[in-house]
Design a protein around this ligand. Structure first.
Ligand SMILES: NC(=O)c1ccc[n+]([C@@H]2O[C@H](COP(=O)([O-])OP(=O)(O)OC[C@H]3O[C@@H](n4cnc5c(N)ncnc54)[C@H](OP(=O)(O)O)[C@@H]3O)[C@@H](O)[C@H]2O)c1
Length: 319
């Protein structure tokens, strides 16, 4: 059963191309730079592209190979490898730490994105950049659409908005995909943290008054690859898009579902209010995003968050 139906339709699911097709693809492969390739989204992109025969060659880099805050290094890399697309997964994602470490957050989430925008425009490269629901203040009572005004509450959210603004101001060929509550089998995220803590502790307090939608990074990776294919076959659709899994929940209910799916017993989950929890960075009380634009533009169907969580837990158990 396809995850995002458009992708598997295009790529033939698990079916591999014939040797002749593979030879042909070898000749026409297009180079795609993935920055932040060791992060959770970067790794999910690696896992996905490993199992598909695509007419692209993916160059996965992280800060040690290619520091996106260094514009000259980036420009050299893009020219040397004749890059045609950049998928920018590099980011400073420590939301609470960013309140104290704002220079670094602005450098990686703002200035480095401006570097990518400038180099890409100069070299005719198309950019898929990842942003966040934390650009919103959470005051809306309906799911956020792409044309609603951002108003970030935290340093992290402000720094990510700077990156979005830089891409738009420089004016090359960009797409911005805002996502929310990202998790995967890789890296640090809520799902893995909860599984670890539920096994260690007798009780856990979890915020129950922030509403949003979890996103399985494997599904976002599928969307990104689908967009590359779509752009090659039809046209590049510059713009901002919202992508998460479908539905909405709170962190507390998300944790309850993790507990239910994993079957971990013996840990009591206690709902608390945001102010009782006392995180360093303010977060939007409501950041559910409207997904209709991404679905209609790229003709994809998005799985519900509960179903996606089940797939991630299965991957954690089986891999
Ligand atoms: N995680 C979430 O809940 C969430 C929610 C909404 C949106 N997003 C967005 O989704 C995207 C992917 O997030 P993620 O969770 O995959 O992030 P992640 O796991 O933190 O990965 C980011 C990667 O970027 C690397 N990086 C940092 N500075 C760099 C630099 N100067 N040059 C090159 N690479 C650099 C990091 O390396 P180090 O680890 O060595 O620093 C890390 O490997 C980000 O744009 C993020 O803002 C994330």
């Amino acid at each position: 059963m396809p995850i995002i139906t458009g992708i598997t339709k295009h790529l033939g699911g698990t079916e591999k191309e014939t040797p002749k097709q593979q030879f042909f693809y070898g000749l026409v492969q297009k180079n795609v730079l993935v920055t932040g390739g060791s992060g959770q989204l970067g790794k999910e992109l690696g896992r996905l592209t490993d199992r598909l025969n695509l007419p692209f060659r993916f160059l996965f880099t992280d800060v040690d190979d290619l520091d996106v805050t260094d514009r000259e290094e980036l420009s050299r890399f893009v020219k040397d490898y004749r890059i045609l697309y950049i998928i920018n997964c590099a980011a400073y994602t420590a939301v609470d730490k960013a309140e104290e470490d704002s220079d670094k957050a602005y450098l990686v989430n703002g200035k480095a994105v401006e570097n990518i925008a400038i180099v890409s425009k100069q070299e005719g490269v198309k950019v898929i950049h990842i942003s966040t629901d934390f650009v919103f203040d959470g005051q809306s009572e309906i799911p956020y659409t792409e044309n609603m005004e951002p108003h970030p509450l935290s340093v992290y959210g402000q720094s990510k908005l700077k990156g979005e603004e830089a891409l738009q101001a420089v004016g090359g060929e960009w797409m911005i995909i805002r996502t929310s509550w990202l998790y995967s089998q890789y890296g640090n995220n809520f799902v893995k943290t909860m599984i670890g803590l539920m096994q260690e502790r007798e009780r856990l307090t979890i915020v129950d008054d922030q509403y949003g939608t979890p996103t399985y990074a494997a599904d976002l990776a599928e969307l990104i690859i689908h967009i590359l294919q779509f752009s090659e076959e039809t046209e590049w659709k510059r713009g901002i898009y919202h992508f998460s899994n479908k539905g909405e929940t709170t962190w507390f209910r998300f944790a309850e579902e993790i507990k239910r799916i994993t079957g971990i017993g013996g840990c009591e989950l206690i709902p608390v209010k945001t102010h009782e929890y006392g995180a360093a960075a303010p977060r939007p009380a409501y950041s559910v995003m409207d997904l209709s634009k991404v679905c209609s533009t790229f003709r994809v169907e998005i799985p519900k968050w509960e179903e996606a969580l089940k797939r991630c837990v299965d991957a954690l158990i089986n891999d």
